[in-house]
Design a protein around this ligand. Structure first.
Ligand SMILES: *Cc1c(COP(=O)(O)O)cnc(C)c1O
Length: 384
């Protein structure tokens, strides 16, 4: 059986958890939480990082930081995970769904501009498969219309964007805020886990307060105030030391993990490229401004029927690929209050995109079997 995903342990995860427990402090903001935050701040030049229990939490924090009020409009790609929209909907925002590029699931900046109104407050670029959205274009729009940018960088750890002047920046360091995930399906895992990056120093203090249930507890522990109390909106977004201990062990092995994932990605690419040349599938497109962090390998089939057939064919051989993201503009929740709208490229990915099994421990033999079966599926269907 080859599953779609398999969580893994690579280093000192379990001994760090033991260490955290024995230290006598397993709630949040202990040694491991701080080690993780410092690691990210140093490695990716993030001005401020706060660990959270998920990317969803980090997005919800970002929505509070943007001061979303009922009626504000937030631009989100239709082809994304529910949290990119939910975090803002929870604060009363009207979600405005925008299409992807035709050949790349990322949000198309030209489509964003068409949907900006006086009520627009935030753009949420989602770096699909860890491949950068066109951040230069998006930041230009944000400056032109005075909008916040919240990067949904759930899949985008260790990925970069190069601006036209040659400056290269880590994804997550470009918008006002960014949200990352360490869910077990991502490159670096902690079971459930996430972080928010705050790139604008005006929001450092407020972010800390929101994460601490709306209290100034962190300032109190630093001795900056002599009592702490309720000062703002907030919730319980702080992960326990057990999560951070696990995560820190993964971070110590980040380069090894990324090297291995890139090898897996390249093996899929070279094993399937001939199918792209024959025009039966397309492979991921990596624009020249983006790097590849090997988060995911997907193929896009020519139609829904061929995708359904391939899933069936692989499942019979005990291989479990997955499709995901159903255009959010077609979701029951959105349609309950909104008219149906046409978002064609997002619908195309909804119907035709397929994610192949991808995890740290996927062996070359297993991968070769997957590649061989996909090739043989297309031999069968092109003959019949
Ligand atoms: C995984 C994912 C999320 C949610 O991450 P959690 O840590 O599970 O909350 C949000 N957005 C995108 C694009 C994701 O891939």
């Amino acid at each position: 059986m080859i599953p779609f995903n398999k969580p893994f342990i690579i280093g000192k995860e379990l001994s760090y958890i033991e260490e955290a427990v024995k230290s006598g402090k397993i709630s949040g903001d202990g040694i491991f939480t701080k080690k993780c935050q410092t690691f990210f701040e140093q490695k990716y030049s993030f001005p401020k990082v706060l660990m959270t229990t998920s990317c969803t939490d980090a997005l919800e924090m970002a929505a509070i930081l943007c001061d979303i009020k009922p009626g504000d409009e937030v631009i989100v790609p239709s082809y994304t995970f529910v949290s990119s929209a939910n975090a803002f909907a929870l604060r009363g925002a009207k979600i405005v769904f925008v299409d992807s590029y035709p050949n790349n699931p990322n949000i198309d900046p030209a489509e964003i501009e068409k949907h900006i109104t006086k009520k627009t407050k935030v753009i949420v670029p989602v770096h699909y498969a860890g491949i950068a959205c066109d951040m230069e274009e998006i930041m230009n729009l944000a400056h032109k219309y005075n909008l916040f940018v919240v990067e949904d960088a759930a899949q985008a750890i260790d990925s970069y964007y190069t601006f036209s002047d040659g400056t290269r920046k880590a994804l997550g360091s470009i918008g006002h805020f960014a949200a990352f995930s360490f869910h077990e399906t991502k490159n670096i895992i902690a079971g459930e886990g996430g972080m928010i990056v705050i790139n604008d120093s005006r929001y450092f203090d407020r972010a800390e307060i929101i994460r601490e249930k709306g209290t100034n507890r962190s300032a109190f522990f630093r001795g900056e105030v002599n009592k702490y109390g309720w000062v703002d909106l907030g919730s319980s977004f702080l992960p326990s030391e057990i999560i951070s201990a696990f995560l820190y062990a993964q971070l110590e092995n980040l380069e090894i993990i990324q090297k291995k994932r890139l090898e897996i990605w390249n093996r899929y690419q070279s094993g399937l490229i001939s199918l792209q040349q024959k025009g039966v599938i397309s492979l991921p497109e990596i624009p020249s401004y983006a790097t590849n962090n090997a988060h995911m390998f997907y193929i896009v089939l020519n139609n829904y029927e061929e995708r359904t057939g391939l899933i069936q064919y692989l499942k019979e051989k005990d291989i479990h690929p997955v499709f995901h993201y159903l255009s959010l503009n077609k979701s029951d929740f959105f349609l309950a209050d909104n008219p149906e709208i046409d978002i064609p490229h997002s619908d195309h990915f909804t119907d035709c995109l397929l994610r192949l099994p991808f995890y740290y421990e996927l062996s070359e033999t297993e991968q070769d079997r997957i590649i061989e079966l996909i090739n043989s599926y297309f031999k069968v269907i092109t003959i019949s």
